[in-house]
Ligand binder design. Structure first.
Ligand code: OSB
Ligand code: MG
Length: 371
């Protein structure tokens, strides 16, 4: 397949409520939605998950657009790709900028699956047709508000609660949750807010039977996490630190974590996600699929990945209505009463992208002709 054109819809979606983590609060979520058309006129859709600023990683909406326009497109113009892997090989001379690379990688997987006339999750080797939905809950202004929010999502069926923690909003909060809500499936995500000096505090979390603690230390660290894991009974799950298969290998050798949160955007797409999946499967590190507040477009890829066999925990894949009043896809993503999200048996990502909704949230549109 050759790529004929790439249309980039820079949109901004208002979140229903502010989402706060240890690195900051978000109320408006920007995204680049890509529409990639092949020479045989098959359309692949994807979402670039870079943020408005370099807070989760160094990438931003603007760096992603820059890298796509000025480096990725010149590398792939006129080139024939039989598989998305060939695309990833071609752009591997660009260091980093995984979210930008992932945008095109994912759209090519959608096109590839549509060419095969199969749902993407089946092309990837998925082994289930529904996936476990968990919900990620931001830092709130009071513990009462947090408890009410958790109860609201448990009522809807979500199968696991993840709360964000930061210094000053951690052990005491978990203590109240356990006292008031009992032994619900619970985990915490620090988004790199602690250091090894906090070991005594982090050690106090051990008595709460948490499923895991996500990214407690520095966003790029593997060495100190491996030290911390030796002292903690709670499994460490790495998110920010795992940007490639190479990082997953190093984490395995060092013993930096017992679990990995796999986000396709962070690791340059579906191709590298599959490699990490297979490696962790072989080495006995369970994974689950994380999210970046995606619209229904990015969410479709998360659902496909969550059907893979080594996904052993509930995912940060909530329904479209958890973050947004309306989605830009049809149908919107929903969960059933038991907290499962069902795959869609249509070729490619399964959902239809609503261009009129993209236009409603549009900031700017760019069209790149590659033929
Ligand atoms: O650390 O997992 C994270 C959202 C944005 C950036 C980083 C993270 C998150 C979440 C929410 O926790 C995941 C989601 O529901 O999409
Ligand atoms: Mg995280």
């Amino acid at each position: 397949m050759k790529i004929k054109s790439i249309e980039v819809f820079h949109i901004v979606m208002e979140l229903k409520s502010k989402f706060e983590t240890s690195f900051g609060a978000t109320k408006k979520r920007p995204a680049l939605i890509l529409k990639v058309t092949s020479d045989s006129d098959i359309t692949g859709w994807s979402e670039v998950v870079a943020g408005e600023g370099p807070w989760y990683s160094y990438e931003t909406i603007d760096t992603a657009l820059h890298v796509i326009r000025d480096y990725i497109i010149p590398l792939i113009r006129g080139k024939e790709f039989n598989t998305p892997e060939e695309y990833i090989r071609r752009v591997s001379i660009i260091r980093g900028h995984n979210m930008a690379k992932a945008g095109i990688d994912m759209a090519l997987w959608d096109i590839h699956a549509k060419e095969l006339n199969k749902p993407l999750y089946k092309v990837l080797g998925g082994v289930r047709d529904k996936i476990e939905s968990g919900v990620s809950i931001g830092i709130k202004s009071s513990i009462d508000e947090l408890i009410k929010t958790i109860e609201y999502y448990l009522d809807q069926g979500y199968r696991r609660i993840k709360i964000k923690i930061k210094p000053g909003w951690d052990v005491d909060v978990v203590d109240v949750i356990r006292k008031r809500l009992g032994d619900i499936p619970l985990q915490v995500d620090a988004n790199a807010a602690y250091t090894l000096n906090d070991l005594p505090l982090l050690k106090r979390l051990d008595k709460y039977n948490l499923l895991m603690i996500e990214q407690p230390l520095h966003y790029d660290d593997l060495v100190e996490h491996s030290i911390l894991q030796k002292y903690l009974n709670t499994p460490i799950c790495l998110d920010e630190s795992i940007k490639s298969l190479n990082d997953a290998r190093a984490a395995y050798r060092l013993g930096s974590c017992m679990i990995i949160n796999l986000k396709p955007g962070r690791v340059s797409g579906i191709t590298e996600s599959l490699r990490i999946h297979d490696f962790t499967s072989m080495t006995g590190i369970p994974i689950w699929i994380g999210g970046m507040l995606e619209t229904g477009v990015g969410r479709a890829y998360l659902v496909s990945l969550a059907t893979l066999p080594n996904v052993k925990y509930p995912n940060d894949i909530s329904a479209s209505n958890r973050y947004y009043e309306e989605d830009v896809v049809d149908p919107p993503w929903t969960i059933d009463d038991s907290g499962y999200m069902h795959t869609i048996d249509k070729p490619g990502i399964g959902v239809e992208v609503l261009e009129d909704k993209l236009m409603k949230y549009l900031v700017r549109k760019y069209v790149f002709k590659l033929d």
